[in-house]
Structure formats: structure tokens, C-alpha cells
Design a protein around this ligand. Structure first.
Ligand code: BG6
Length: 303
């Protein structure tokens, strides 16, 4: 945890008066707070989690659990955790932290800049002795979140080493919905997916996705924009993407939610994860000297 003095120092170095400040967030963790003409937002240095985005005139788009832990070593339950360099459990290493190690690690603030009426917060995470326990590569992973009338999330990895890198990645976004059973996910009709709730069987999506039970699916070889239609909150959230060939859709439903200590028993009804990603057979191979950028662009419109 940063001391109040260290947080004030970050604010002096990176804050933009009236637009962006670094303040103490939940659990005493430092967070960047954005108040720009186009949107308000929040991003923690812990895990580089974006925890809030509210375009002007709209309600909060992201879901964060009331039971989330806010401490080193634990991911925030909600917002947009960053999964890297593996997704889910690490193959052949059951002790490795689920979804990789960057979501539970303090990132460094690199810059906060104004881009017209939007604001971009840039953070980076570097390899250290701890990350090398799990993954041997030297790396400097950069993440840029632009808070404006759209939310743009960009994860950038250059390979500055001499060997090729293979990794998985996901922007594990939790969206707030009025009532999960009434929500609908469009844009994946006809796409093959791995059903993690049914022994990883491969299936084919027919029509829109309706959530009627625990749902944990990796949609394969798809670059499509996914649209989340919510007739209760009267809005459509569109998630477009670049350089991402898988989309994960997750809702824990009743039993799994009950088994999770950082999710209130009824909160599964008000969230859904739609994750821009490159996982499973679509893991990224990055040659020395190469650079990989995956991007998610979120827009919301009322109806
Ligand atoms: C999803 C996975 O992305 O994340 C699920 O597909 C997993 O299998 C879920 O249960 C939550 O993971 P965690 O580690 O944050 O509890």
C-alpha cells in the first residue's frame, strides 16, 4: 500500500488540475480519478484496474462488487482486470495464480494526458523476481485507458528480448446489467465456442446469447463487435476490438456466486463479463523485435 505522502507525490507529478487527480481509493490503494467534459472514470494502480467509466449523461457502465477485496495479492472483483500472460489456470502449473500475475500487482503510472476532451491514463508493469518465478520473460507491458465518450483500452507488449514469447491475454471487463436474465449478447451467432461448464466441449452458438445458467464460454476465432442489450437499464453497450481473436462470456449464476467470497450472493444478477482476449489456441506468438497491441473500444447508447 502507498502512503498518503506517496499518493500526494503521484498527484503532484501526474495530476491535471480539474481533470485528473491521484487520490487514495478503497483499501488505501492509489487511484486516478478522471473528471473530464466527456466522462468521469477511475483507474487503480493496483492491477491497472479500470473500476469506473461514466460517459457524461449516462449511468455507470462497469460493475464492481460490494464485497471486493482491495489489497495487494488479490484482484479487484469487477471493473476491468487485466489477465496476462495466461488466462484461467496456467497449463501444467496448478499453483500459479489464476489469470496471471499482473492483475494482483501494483503498476506504475507513466502519464496522464488530455486527448481533446478525453483523458488517457497510461500505466506499465515490468517483470521482476516474482514474475520470473512464474514466467521467465523480461517484459514491459503498457496499458492505456482513454476515458471519453467511448472507453478505449489498449494493452501493448513489445518483445525486446532475443526469444519469441507466447502468452494469453484478456481485458476481463465486468459490465453492469439491470437483470441478467433479461440481457442479451449479440454478435456471436454461428461462432464456435469452448463451454467451460461442460467439460470444455466445443459447441456452436445459435442466435443471441441469453444467460439462463452458469455461463463460461470462450468464443473462438472471432473479431466481431459484441453488443450487450439491456432492456432494464435501457441501453446497448457495444464492445469493438482490434487484434483480438477470442471473446469470453462469463456469468457465475447462483451456486458459483455463493462460493465466491468477494461477490455478494445476489450480485451475479447485475453483471456480465464480456472479455476481449487472445486465449487458448489463439494465444499470441511474438517474435523478438515485434510488438503486439490488443484493443477494446466500448460505447454505450440508450434506447
Ligand atoms: C472468467 C473465466 O474469465 O473468469 C472463469 O472464464 C472464471 O472460468 C472467471 O471463473 C473468474 O475468475 P477469477 O479468477 O477472477 O475468480
Amino acid at each position: 500500500m502507498e502512503t498518503a505522502g506517496a499518493i500526494a507525490d503521484l498527484d503532484r507529478r501526474f495530476g491535471i488540475p480539474g481533470i485528473a487527480s491521484v487520490v487514495e481509493g478503497n483499501g488505501g490503494l492509489p487511484k486516478v480519478r478522471i473528471t473530464s467534459p466527456q466522462a468521469t472514470g477511475e483507474m487503480y494502480l493496483h492491477g491497472a484496474h479500470v473500476t469506473s467509466w461514466k460517459p457524461t449523461g449516462a449511468d455507470e457502465v462497469l460493475f464492481v462488487s460490494t464485497q471486493s477485496r482491495w489489497e495487494d495479492g488479490h484482484a479487484i472483483r469487477g471493473g476491468v482486470p487485466v489477465c496476462f500472460p495466461w488466462f484461467g489456470n496456467k497449463e501444467g502449473d496448478p499453483k500459479a495464480p489464476a489469470h496471471g500475475f499482473v492483475r494482483t500487482k501494483a503498476w506504475q503510472l507513466e502519464s496522464i494526458t488530455q486527448a481533446g476532451e478525453a483523458v488517457t491514463v497510461s500505466m506499465f508493469a515490468e517483470s521482476d523476481a516474482n514474475t520470473k518465478n512464474w514466467w521467465p520473460a523480461d517484459f514491459r507491458l503498457v496499458y492505456r485507458a482513454t476515458f471519453g465518450s467511448e472507453l478505449s483500452l489498449e494493452l501493448v507488449l513489445p518483445n525486446t528480448g532475443t526469444t519469441s514469447l507466447r502468452f494469453e491475454e484478456a481485458l476481463h471487463a465486468y459490465y453492469r446489467v439491470g437483470q441478467i436474465e433479461k440481457a442479451r449478447v449479440r454478435g456471436l451467432d454461428g461462432v464456435h465456442y469452448i463451454d467451460k461448464t461442460d467439460g470444455n466441449r466445443e459447441k456452436n452458438q445459435q442466435g443471441d446469447i441469453l444467460i439462463t445458467s452458469e455461463t463460461d464460454r470462450v468464443y473462438l476465432n472471432t473479431s466481431s463487435t459484441v453488443e450487450l442489450e439491456d432492456p432494464v437499464l435501457h441501453r446497448r453497450t457495444a464492445v469493438a476490438k482490434d487484434n483480438s481473436r477470442t471473446t469470453v462470456v462469463w456469468n457465475p449464476w447462483v451456486e458459483k456466486a455463493h462460493s465466491m467470497s468477494d461477490l455478494a450472493d445476489d450480485e451475479w444478477q447485475r453483471m456480465i463479463c464480456v472479455e476481449t482476449s487472445n486465449v487458448a489456441d489463439f494465444a499470441v506468438n511474438l517474435e523478438p523485435g515485434g510488438r503486439h497491441t490488443m484493443k477494446a473500444i466500448v460505447r454505450v447508447a440508450g434506447f
